[in-house]
Design a protein around this ligand. Structure first.
Ligand code: 26W
Length: 818
């Protein structure tokens, strides 16, 4: 027997025993009596035992060698399921699968028992999760810092075509991957007032009458890929301080007050705000922000001091990276700790802070930029506000010297202006690095949103194009494809995703093309079965699977896609023999609960789907399905089954996009605008392997600046558009006649803010080109291969290597196996 097989058998036997033992010690049960959830937690228990040594070893190495650490502060971490990833990263997937199979347990069934950790809305949260994976895979000392929301992003149900939101009770059975660290809890203070005292020639600031909140960390291990590294994602839970009855704030024994206090504290980590790219100045959100930022920085400083680091060395040992402006209070909070607790003067504190904090911007959407009313900010965070005021005054003084008399410019750059605290400005001024998330996006930051700052401090600005972890989005999500790739080009791509370019040699190889086609077909069949079971709709795996999955947002233009489907359907009704390749249009995504127009779009998709899917006259050439509750897990099923990736945002609006990368990695071809990372995808694959259409970002920006677009002209001059828009409001669709009037009005009365009608014709033409290309399966296969082959540069390993070298200055650490 080969050595490998013997080893496998031995390990499988060991795994089986470990598992049965864990079932017994954890649940006091034998296999026969154990529920699916019991088995799942026992399995995670086995893995936890195996991780713990590496976790300790990693932390010890980081401490003993005083390695520089990066802390990624993010309000969102959209992790999805960890079990399947960790089995792969720990190199025990096959051993575990076989061990469980011997016990008649299907490993995929156990995976289903794990809730998706949905602690994020969309792109920004998923990026944070991909980054955690890559940081550990690259053996870098880096950790996450966030909030342990009791309820993650809502669960979406479609009822009569409408979106209905249900609470995401993901913690109801506990979370097997978290470790509560009660001993590391820390206090965060809200409200009250600040008293100033002069001692000698020094002012001290005493915060009094505040509401104290206990921040308790729950640590989730972040496991590297076959490398012994185990980093930490620290998620904070808000809890009342013990002995609340004795708090000076309240009268002793005031029972109602005490209960109120408990509730108001627990609210802080209760729920994730479901708005994506939309800012509502809610007090509780600011509370959440300060809560996890203050707790996180306190714990960083505590750890740093335990290693007896001189505080001035902080920037050499620590970088705090803020994921968009949501954690921007990190700047004044670090200042507060350095001055009020460590006794430094302003200049030293400012020097340290601005060499410690770095910032990524993820959006230029004006309605997403956070601005807090001064009154609210000051009341909730009195000491922090004083510091922000001082930062603002000093910065404005400097601007005055540089641009004397230029009040307009100074007002545009001031951190506090129009009675609001502008968080993006605070982030830019308080950090040493500001980056955008795709080349085009960074250009727009420099030219437009942050133009004045760029002129003032050009050295801060840099680009870091986003990436995705190929381990989850290919190795885990598409095992079939991963196997074909490894059979064809060897397995080096797993460690070095750039090696996927080795596939280019086979772009015209009939046997490779055939194997890839078979994998795609199997994935499509799998999705088709899911669709049949869940929605009772039959879709043909031989049809083109044309997919748009992402948050529903006007700028992402699901509407453009829908209008094109309506047009195709109109043409088919006109001519049932119209020669088109059969297509299945798949949509998925959540709308913010208060975003009326986005919810209307979901309704429209579903009404149209109902009409089209039940129309026998078009002979099944067209199908439309809205996939409910888009999540990381659903994505893992959909990307591998897709032929066409819809990335059709209004140029300039999508900072990067990351779904676009997941599609290409799985062999789908992009239909897209010159927006975000699409631009770089096009540069990588070349014009022959992508479908580009529509206005470019300069044209869009010029229209916004100088006007000149009248959507009515499109309506009046293009018969197709007129017909479709009229169909929105003339009772043609199921549901009331005026149901879709708001959409109609947004396109005409409100002059179509996102150029849907303007880009319609070009989009329809590009779709016809695509249809023609798909007919030649050899040509299509080749396009698909080029997309996979060039996806390596969009691995988050590449992004993280750039952050590590260009911003964080952190270096890999080899963790020995204990
Ligand atoms: C305050 C409300 C709010 C909530 C979330 C404002 C802004 C956000 C995020 C910054 C929105 C977001 O997720 N942006 C997306 O970030 C991705 C990762 O960089 C990009 O790929 C997407 O293009 C961008 O829309």
């Amino acid at each position: 027997m080969a050595r490998e097989t013997k080893k496998h058998l031995r390990e499988t036997e060991k795994f089986k025993l470990d598992f049965l033992y864990k079932l017994q010690t954890l649940h006091g049960k034998e296999l026969e009596e154990a529920s699916n959830n019991d088995k799942y937690t026992a399995l995670v228990g086995v893995l936890r035992d195996r991780i713990s040594q590496n976790w300790v070893a990693t932390n010890r190495d980081y401490s003993e060698k005083s390695r520089k650490q990066v802390y990624y502060f993010s309000m969102e971490f959209l992790l999805g399921k960890l079990l399947p990833m960790y089995l792969i990263n720990m190199g025990v997937h096959d051993v575990c699968r076989d061990a469980l199979a011997e016990l008649d347990i299907d490993i995929d069934k156990l995976t289903e028992a794990e809730p998706d950790a949905g602690l994020g809305n969309g792109g920004l949260g998923r990026l944070a999760a991909c980054f955690m994976d890559s940081i550990a895979a690259m053996k870098l000392p880096g950790h996450g810092n966030g909030i342990r929301y009791r309820y993650g992003l809502f669960e979406q149900k479609i009822v009569d075509g409408h979106q209905v939101e249900l609470p995401d009770n993901w913690l109801k059975d506990g979370y097997a991957w978290e470790y509560r660290r009660g001993d590391r809890a820390t206090e965060v203070r809200f409200g009250g007032h600040v008293r100033t005292e002069a001692t000698g020639n020094k002012l001290t600031f005493i915060h009094e009458g505040y509401e104290p909140v206990l921040a308790v960390p729950y640590d989730v291990p972040i496991i590297g890929h076959e490398n012994n590294t185990v980093n930490t994602l620290r998620l904070w839970n808000a809890e009342p301080i013990e002995g609340e009855f004795d708090l000076p704030t309240f009268n002793r024994g005031d029972y109602l007050k005490a209960v109120e206090y408990k509730h108001s504290v627990e609210r802080i980590s209760k729920i994730l705000y479901p708005e994506d790219n939309f800012y509502e100045g809610r007090l509780l959100r600011l509370k959440q922000q300060y809560f996890f930022v203050s707790a996180g920085i306190q714990s960083i400083i505590r750890r740093f001091k335990k290693r007896r680091g001189p505080i001035r060395a902080l920037p050499d040992r620590v970088t705090i990276h803020i994921n968009d402006t949501h954690p921007a209070v990190a700047v004044p909070e670090l200042m507060r700790i350095l001055m009020d607790e460590e006794g430094l003067g302003w200049d030293d504190a400012w020097d340290i802070t601005t060499r410690t904090v770095s910032y990524t911007n993820h959006t230029i959407m004006p309605e997403a930029l956070e601005k807090w009313p001064v009154q609210m900010f000051k009341t909730l965070l009195p000491r922090i506000y004083m510091i922000v005021e001082e930062i603002n005054e000093r910065y404005c003084r400097r601007l005055w010297q540089r641009y004397p008399g230029n009040w307009d410019k100074i007002a545009q750059m001031a951190i506090i202006a129009d009675e609001q605290v502008h968080m993006a400005r605070l982030a830019v001024v308080g950090s040493f690095s500001v980056n955008g998330v795709a080349a085009l996006h960074t250009d727009i930051l420099k030219k437009h949103l942050f133009h004045h700052y760029y002129e003032d401090m050009p050295h801060k600005f840099n680009n870091k194009t986003n990436g995705i972890t190929h381990r989850r989005w290919l190795l885990r999500a598409n095992r079939g494809l991963a196997e074909v790739l490894t059979d064809t080009i060897g397995k080096s791509w797993v460690e070095h995703p750039e090696d996927l370019t080795n596939l280019l040699k086979y772009d015209s190889d009939a046997s490779v093309q055939e194997k890839l086609k078979q994998v795609k077909l199997q994935n499509k069949e799998h999705l088709a079965r899911h669709i049949k079971e869940k929605y009772d709709v039959l879709v043909d795996p031989a049809s083109i699977f044309d997919v748009q999955i992402k948050r529903i947002h006007a700028y992402k233009r699901q509407l453009l896609n829908v209008l094109h489907v309506m047009d195709l359907y109109n043409r088919l009704k006109d001519n049932p023999d119209l020669d088109i390749v059969p297509r299945t249009f798949l949509f998925g995504g959540k709308a913010a609960p208060g975003y009326y127009l986005a919810k209307q779009i979901i309704k429209l998709i579903n009404m149209l789907a109902y009409k089209i899917n039940n129309d026998l006259s078009i002979k099944g050439k067209l199908k439309v399905v809205f996939l409910e509750n888009y999540s990381v897990s659903l994505g893992e099923m959909v990307f591998p089954a897709s032929d066409v990736s819809e990335q059709i945002s209004t140029a300039s609006k999508e900072a990067s996009g990351t779904g676009n990368m997941k599609f290409m990695l799985n062999g789908a071809v992009t239909m897209g605008t010159m927006d975000g990372a699409n631009v770089e995808i096009r540069n990588a694959v070349g014009d022959d392997n992508i479908f580009i259409f529509g206005l470019n970002s300069d044209q869009v920006i010029d229209f916004y600046r100088y006007g000149g677009y009248k959507s009515y002209d499109c309506y009046n001059n293009d018969k197709r558009i007129k017909l479709i828009l009229d169909q929105l409001v003339n009772g043609y669709l199921p549901g009331g006649k005026d149901e879709f009037r708001p959409i109609f009005d947004s396109l005409l009365r409100d002059n179509d803010e996102f150029f849907v009608l303007k880009d319609f014709d070009d989009y329809a033409t590009a779709q016809e080109r695509l249809d023609q290309r798909f007919r030649d399966q050899g040509v299509w296969s080749k396009m698909s291969i080029h997309n996979i082959a060039h996806a390596g540069i969009f691995s988050s390993d590449r992004s993280i290597a750039e952050y590590a070298i260009g911003i964080w200055n952190v270096k890999p650490a080899e963790i020995p196996r204990l």
